[in-house]
Write a protein that binds this ligand. Structure first.
Ligand code: ADP
Ligand code: MG
Length: 499
């Protein structure tokens, strides 16, 4: 049984029934992604050389990576394991048997003259990635994900006018994840890429380091009049930051529309984005699959994956972000937005759960984790694991707000004291700083009477129906209590006294 990947023009049929996206100058934007994720194995996909980043050139390449005659590839089981985990995470089919193929082309950083990849029968087939774009739910269908080896790097030393080849990266395992052309705007494309990034880092198959090239996106972009056939695409290569991704696609869309409006046809091409100019420029006109002379690699047997292996992997996998987010909505009654934010990474989710279970105040816990805590972490560029305020103390803080001991404002002062190390314990800080809300109604009533006596002009205005004057009195009363009164209580007492 041969499962051939869809020929390019069948993408058009698969777009039937998809909603039209937002128009740009009367054109619909169509985007499909190919993402190269470097897998987190210690050693390479077909050799025992290390995959660690940043070593001296050519110190981490073996005979296989150098393509010495007679050296034979041996499949790394860890790479297959990670492909299975990805397939399960996106509800794809894991092929019982998939095939490695040679993709033939010449490039100095590819000494074999071919890249080992998968062509007709990839290891992961189909699948879906779901995410929110604002509050709109989106789903992008995957065509496939296949295992392949990374190439080496050409290094150009301009100052001595020489180029060299570093084969440390050659043979690093990649999982290339290919979508249908389902995205309809640069914003949706970025949201998809962020979701995919979240999935692969969450399940731990990729470290997600975009600067080091662990997660590289190619965006295929075309435009068409609504209802027309799919337009010719250009492929923007190696987008390794979410910011550049959006800029590159937006530029490319404007460029293509301008070409078409000027009466030129779009040529299928591979282009590069230059962050300095904000423009995309053509690298080469695009090859077709036939140019690569794909054929099954005789050095490698078919990759056979037993159903037991798949099921064992499924059983061992931890809860996925999307599933966890749904549970946060169901169990803690959180809004979907909060649940999505809190499941950006495992550590944040775990921290939130610890606060929510200890305090039984899920929404307040969510507000504090997403608000004050993440503001602090961001400004000091810390990860949540390094938070100066532990989940136990934040839970206590949230409790003290909920039971009316302190106001929200006072809670910020307590948080600050904990963060800076001025205090260690919530209750001790409240005590030391005298932040307890005034609970004695008698004392509060006395203060309010004084405020009313001192602000007779405001009182007259309130009686004449001026709401602003009422707020001014609330403010005066809060000030007189040094912020320790419960604002709701102040409001009520004032209303009572003013009739
Ligand atoms: P390649 O030759 O690059 O390996 P494929 O034909 O498999 O390519 O398609 C690669 C990517 O291009 C896929 O993500 C697919 O969704 C996308 N794509 C295909 N046709 C279009 C189109 N007309 N506009 C935008 N993207 C497209
Ligand atoms: Mg491509």
């Amino acid at each position: 049984m041969s499962q051939t990947p869809p020929p390019v023009n069948s993408f058009a049929q698969m777009q039937a029934g998809r909603p039209t996206g937002p128009l740009v100058q009367g054109y619909e934007v169509i985007i499909g992604f190919e993402t190269h994720t470097q897998l987190t194995t210690q050693s390479k996909i077909f050799s025992r050389a290390s995959t660690a980043f940043g070593a001296e050139p050519n110190t981490q390449a073996s005979a296989v990576d150098f393509a010495l005659p007679g050296a034979l590839p041996v499949m790394n089981k860890g790479a297959v394991q990670r492909a299975i985990e990805f397939g399960l995470a996106v509800n794809a089919h894991i092929a019982e048997s998939s095939v490695f193929a040679r993709k033939n082309y010449f490039y100095p950083d590819l000494p074999k003259g071919y890249q080992i990849s998968q062509f007709e029968i990839p290891v992961v087939q189909g699948g879906i990635v779901e995410f929110f774009l604002g509050d709109e739910k989106k789903s992008v269908r995957l065509v496939r994900a296949h295992l392949e080896e990374d190439a080496g790097k050409s290094l150009h030393e301009d100052f001595i006018g020489q180029s060299g080849i570093d084969l440390n990266r050659a043979g690093t395992p990649l999982l290339e994840i290919v979508t249908e052309p389902d995205m309809r705007s640069s914003a949706e494309a970025v949201a998809y890429a962020k979701e995919l990034h979240k999935i692969v880092t969450w399940i731990g198959i990729c470290d997600g380091n975009m600067q080091e090239g662990s997660f590289r996106c190619d965006a295929n972009v075309s435009v068409r009049k609504p209802g027309a056939e799919l337009g010719t695409r250009r492929e923007i290569k190696n987008l390794n930051s979410f910011k550049f991704m959006q800029q590159a696609i937006d530029y490319e869309v404007r460029w293509q529309i301008e070409q078409i409006e000027d009466g030129h046809a779009i040529q299928q091409a591979t282009v590069l984005f230059d962050p300095d100019t904000g423009e995309t420029r053509s690298m080469r006109t695009k090859e077709d699959a036939a140019d690569y002379r794909y054929f099954p690699d005789p050095d490698l047997p078919p990759l056979v994956i037993s159903r037991e292996w798949v099921e064992r992997t499924r059983a061992d996998m931890s809860e996925l972000p999307r599933v966890m987010a749904a549970r946060f909505v169901a169990d803690y009654g959180l809004p979907e937005y909060d649940a999505g934010q809190l499941t950006q990474n495992k550590a944040t989710a775990a921290y939130f759960e610890a606060v929510a279970t200890a305090s039984k105040q899920a929404k307040l816990a969510s507000n504090w984790v997403m608000g004050e805590l993440s503001r602090r972490l961001n400004s000091e560029e810390k990860s949540i694991e390094a938070s100066a305020v532990g989940a136990d103390q934040l839970a206590k803080l949230v409790d003290r707000i909920a039971d009316g001991t302190i106001s929200n404002n006072a809670a910020k002062q307590v948080f600050d004291a904990l963060w800076t190390g001025e205090g260690q314990d919530v209750d001790a800080v409240i005590e030391a700083k005298g932040l307890k809300q005034m609970s004695d109604t008698g004392e509060l009533e006395k203060i309010i009477d004084e405020v009313l006596a001192a602000n007779t002009k405001n009182v007259d205005e309130v009686r004449a129906g001026n709401a602003k004057a009422f707020n001014a009195l609330v403010g005066q009363a809060m000030k007189a209590t040094k912020g320790k009164a419960n604002p709701t209580q102040v409001n009520e007492l004032l209303k009572k006294k003013l009739g």
